[in-house]
Design a protein around this ligand. Structure first.
Ligand SMILES: Cc1ncc(COP(=O)(O)O)c(C=O)c1O
Length: 392
């Protein structure tokens, strides 16, 4: 999922080596060649208008920076996130996480001021609507929240929700959310830690809808995960605000040269190998294979995906769409059916990410058709465990 160039990419390894030889560390206030080079590359690949960058060392930290920027810039406090989401594990980012990783931190171990909106999930709509007759009520409800809460600084979204199920919004969702945010002076933050770097067949998932967020955070694929780097990118207008308002934020390892140089190499490799385009062609191939599995297995409720980002949702009953396990089971340590399927696949040398009652399939962008076949065949064989559970 994050080693997007696969292991042992020579160009990225060489960049780490050369940077270590040239300048392994310098305090973050200094300009470096690696920083200048990466900044130039980011201006080419990020959604237009995102021009001011803060370099952190994880997705979590990038989100923490985003929350502080949003609160300081707007002078407002509240952040609206969505239930099916993960944004990191520190006190701010866990507070913004909708999924049950937050529960253990309620209420004292998290910052205050985050409220939750219903997620967009057309397969299991949290408000029991049906697309398109619903008129995307889930996004209209966010406006209702903003109007009734007051003091909302930002709406935070994973443009395509990752761990919580590769939830892809209908095409109207983000253009409408952008309008709502603009109307109310609320910032739109896109957490592209998982959905960025070609994963959805575009450089960034927001590019699928041509919507530009006020803040974009990312990590993982930025260095193909060889070294820890996070990025918080924002607009010139927001960046300029901090020219005369002290941005009380930073780390010793901010803009660490050893993290920046491999990002330059990784971006060059994505381009050289044409991997953004390849995510579409290989994604189409993988999607066909996964849809063929759905036709065969009664335990599969839905297969959905974009680019090389797919989910296979398992259900006890295709009519009711009830999953095999719940978020409560996950937190209480109850053995999960998806984990049994995943363990069976591991016996065949295939690792799959299992979460509650679905799988997330997000392989390196260099994956071959043969490797996809191997993975899908292992899933096909292991799904007998889930099919038997349906029958029981
Ligand atoms: C969407 C999303 N946001 C934030 C994070 C946190 O990033 P990190 O683990 O680099 O702190 C993750 C990690 O999986 C993620 O998937």
């Amino acid at each position: 999922m994050c080693v997007s160039l696969g292991h042992k990419n020579k160009a990225v390894i060489k960049a780490i080596e050369e940077q270590a030889n040239q300048l392994a560390f310098i305090a973050p206030g200094f300009a470096t060649k690696a920083r200048a080079e990466l900044t130039k590359r980011l201006l080419e690949v990020l959604p237009a208008g995102l021009e001011k960058f803060f370099y952190a060392t994880s997705g979590t930290e990038a989100n923490e920076a985003a929350f502080k920027i949003a609160r300081m810039y707007t002078g407002k406090t509240k952040i609206i996130a969505r239930y099916r989401s993960y944004h990191g594990s520190t006190m701010g980012s866990i507070a913004a996480t909708g999924d049950p990783r937050r529960w253990a931190m309620e209420p004292a171990g998290k910052v205050q001021g985050v409220i939750f909106a219903p997620e967009v999930n057309c397969y299991k709509c949290p408000i029991n609507h049906h697309y398109p007759e619903c008129g995307i009520a889930c996004v209209e409800y966010i406006e209702h929240m903003i109007e009734n809460e007051s003091d909302v600084a930002a709406v935070l979204v994973e443009p395509v929700v990752g761990t919580n199920g590769v939830l892809i919004p209908p095409k109207e969702y983000f253009p409408r959310l952008r309008q709502i945010c603009d109307k109310h002076g609320v910032l739109l933050i896109a957490d592209e830690v998982m959905s960025g770097w070609g994963r959805t067949g575009k450089w960034f998932a927001m590019d699928n809808w041509g919507v530009i967020p006020d803040i974009l955070t990312t990590a993982k694929g930025i260095t193909t995960a060889y070294v820890p780097l996070g990025l918080c990118a924002t607009t010139k207008k927001i960046g300029d605000f901090f020219e005369d308002h002290y941005f009380s934020h930073g780390h010793t390892y901010e803009a660490h040269p050893l993290t920046l140089a491999p990002a330059v190499a990784a971006i060059d490799e994505y381009k050289r190998l044409n991997l953004i385009e390849r995510a579409n062609t290989m994604g189409e191939y993988m999607g066909k294979k996964l849809h063929a599995l759905k036709a065969k297995h009664k335990s599969i409720g839905e297969v959905r995906g974009l680019g090389l980002f797919w989910a296979v949702d398992l259900v006890k009953n295709q009519e009711t769409r009830e999953g095999f396990n719940t978020y409560k089971d996950k937190v209480s340590g109850t053995p999960l059916l998806v984990d049994k399927v995943a363990a069976e696949m591991m016996k065949n040398g295939v690792f799959i990410q299992a979460w509650v009652s679905h799988f997330v399939i997000a392989p390196p962008l260099i994956i071959t058709e043969q490797e996809i076949d191997q993975g899908v065949n292992a899933l096909d064989a292991a799904l007998k465990i889930a099919d038997q559970a349906v029958a029981a």
